[in-house]
Design a protein around this ligand. Structure first.
Ligand code: ADP
Length: 463
């Protein structure tokens, strides 16, 4: 098997770089180093860890232009989105640089004068992360920053499609003064490195962002050594537009949440569920806004939608559209493709399908592309039923100006992240994560550091 990874630009099919794959011995050595360095990093005082994280954020921002360009080249997303992601990635480092200083314990009053009860928090140990290609910087920092802040050492395997941004981010961490063994990367096959991570006696925690199927495998494999796990898995976000919604706002925000990163995010609106009285007005506006999106190479000025990451993802999108059309869906926009199999690039134009129903694959399988299916509802509980009819529970959106409708939807949707009149709820200061088969644990906010900490209880007696 080849011992290199070929990184390609998905907008052109051109090779950007060949990078080495780590051998099994090299991965094991890296794990050993992370394990050996853990006690030292854990003892580095929290203010120092915070200072080093702040230095890292400075370095990331100083190198924003280079990182953004690299990200667009390997991932395909428009340059403006790459700039946005670098800032978003840095915001996790900022946030956890502060949280490092706020890892508090507790003292509990005992039921006798001769005892004291103290609760303290300790870092879990060496953390091994596996990250996806769609956010190569931010999905890494939202794991690395809380891990390092907590006092854990960290090792990451970036996605093979987009390893360059992640590797550069780690080099910048080292340039910022974070010790080499405190944060490391390895590259190679997901399965092989995943197995080395889960089998390793040195690793105490696995944190993963990616597909539900791989996540399930990692949970199973982590059981042998009872590792901590945090899993950010797939999603199939519903977006409900209620009768009294501001239709223009709903249409604009749906465009933002649906077509960002060419629809290749786990929180993209994938099922647009609209009240039947306003569906025509909504669809017209939605089409009108989506039509304005420019498709092309993300490095070119004014581009809003880049390529699909690879052929198999592209084929899955085409299959979903074909299936929906066959079963009666109407194409309001798109269903157009610019591809070159020989050169190996695949673009899908923004596509909007109407009259979609639950018999169609697109309503059940995660869609990772710029395709929005519209379906209708009459009563609110019907919309909730449709929305919750999924094994996923990551993000959901709704649009309403009626507070009763809003509270009802908030309370009944089985989703970890909910946007009310808001198509972009993610933020470093808020907990991100899913219910059901969308994952375990939360990243971001106060909640995002807890999974890197153990609770230790000390009882002092016979005073
Ligand atoms: P995606 O569809 O976003 O590529 P994957 O779950 O396939 O989702 O990939 C996410 C990350 O998981 C990537 O870094 C990939 O290399 C890695 N990966 C893929 N298969 C496995 C596996 N069997 N075990 C561990 N990691 C894997």
């Amino acid at each position: 098997m080849a011992n290199t990874i070929t990184v390609k630009n998905p907008a052109t099919g051109e090779v950007i770089k060949e990078i080495k794959k780590f051998s099994q011995e090299e991965v094991e050595t890296a794990l050993r180093k992370g394990f050996d360095y853990f006690p030292k990093w854990a003892k580095t005082n929290a203010h120092k860890r915070s200072e080093l994280l702040n230095n890292w954020a400075v370095k990331v921002r100083e190198n924003k232009a280079e990182l953004a360009k690299m990200m667009t080249m390997e991932n395909g997303k428009p340059l403006k989105e790459s700039y946005g992601e670098v800032e978003y990635a840095a915001s996790y480092i900022d946030w956890y640089a502060e949280e490092a200083k706020r890892i508090y314990g507790r003292m509990i009053p005992a039921n006798t004068e001769t005892k004291r009860i103290i609760i303290s928090k300790q870092p879990v140990g060496l953390v091994a992360a596996i990250t996806p290609w769609n956010f190569p910087a931010a999905m890494m920092t939202r794991k690395a920053a809380p891990a390092l802040a907590a006092g854990c050492t960290f090792i990451v395997k970036p996605a093979s499609e987009t390893p360059l941004t992640g590797i550069r981010m780690i080099e910048l961490a080292h340039e910022a003064g974070i010790p080499k063994d405190a944060i490391q990367y390895v590259t190679g096959s997901g399965k092989e490195i995943g197995d080395l991570f889960t089998d390793s006696k040195y690793v105490r925690k696995i944190t993963f962002t990616g597909s539900t199927s791989v996540g399930k495998q990692l949970i199973k494999n982590s059981a042998n050594t009872v590792k901590h796990v945090t899993m950010e898995l797939g999603g199939h976000a519903p977006l409900i537009v209620a009768k009294d919604a501001d239709v223009e706002l709903a249409a604009k925000e749906t465009v933002t949440t649906k077509f960002r990163n060419a629809g290749q995010t786990c929180v993209c609106a994938n099922r647009v569920i609209v009240h039947e009285d306003i569906v025509d007005e909504f669809a017209e506006k939605f089409v009108q806004f989506a039509k304005q999106l420019k498709i092309g190479n993300g490095l070119d000025k004014g581009v809003d939608i880049g390529p699909i990451i690879n052929k198999s993802s592209y084929e899955k999108i085409v299959d979903q559209i074909t299936d929906a059309k066959k079963k009666g869906a109407d194409v309001l926009l798109g269903d157009q493709f610019d591809t070159d199999e020989e050169k190996d690039y695949y673009f899908v134009h923004p596509t909007i399908l109407n009259n979609v129903n639950e018999d169609m694959d697109i309503m059940h399988e995660e869609t990772f592309g710029p395709v929005a299916p519209i379906t209708v509802f009459k009563e609110l509980d019907e919309a909730v039923k449709l929305a919750n009819n999924s094994p996923y529970g990551l993000a959901a959106y709704f649009f309403t100006n009626d507070y009763r409708t809003g509270i009802y939807l908030h309370e009944h949707l089985e989703y970890g992240i909910i946007g009310w009149n808001d198509g972009g709820p993610s933020a470093a200061h808020a907990p991100f994560g899913g219910m059901k088969e969308s994952g375990l644990g939360r990243e971001g906010g106060l909640e995002g550091i807890e999974p890197y900490l153990e609770t230790k209880y000390l009882s002092i007696g016979n005073l």
